[in-house]
Write a new protein. Structure first.
Length: 138
């Protein structure tokens, strides 16, 4: 079981995922700071000095922090936009790499293309099977 776990962990995909999660956590803290320290005060200037983080209302014993929710939405939009830009850049880079590297077809692909071409060039007479024998019933 330890051997299987070691093989699982040493796969490239698992390591890439771990690095992505760690970097994502660090990036999230940067975005939260950006939203709460720069963007919200900037928005507050334009809407009359209102700070979103203080917006809340009470209903009986429950406090609903609407401002924190707005901050989270702004953070999400920023993170989603950055991820969108990163995916576009990676797709552009990988597309160029694939175009540059002409991949030669493997043997099975060559065989499949030959079979396709043979089938496309052969004609089957109406009323006969593949061997040319008549299959009409009397």
């Amino acid at each position: 079981m330890i051997k299987e776990f070691r093989e699982f962990i040493s796969r490239g995909n698992v390591m890439d995922l771990a690095v992505g999660v760690i970097i994502g956590g660090a990036f999230t803290s940067i975005v939260k700071s950006l939203v709460s320290n720069l963007i919200n005060p900037l928005i507050g200037i334009f809407v009359g000095g209102i700070d979103f983080s203080d917006w809340s209302f009470k209903f009986q014993d429950a406090t609903f922090k609407v401002g924190s929710f707005i901050n989270s939405i702004i953070s999400f939009i920023i993170v989603a936009f950055v991820v969108f830009i990163l995916v576009k850049i990676v797709n552009r880079i990988t597309r160029k790499k694939v175009d540059d590297d002409e991949v030669e077809p493997d043997q099975s692909e060559i065989y499949l293309k030959e079979i396709r071409d043979l089938l496309a060039n052969s004609t089957i007479k109406e009323g006969s099977d593949y061997n040319g024998k008549s299959n009409k019933q009397i």
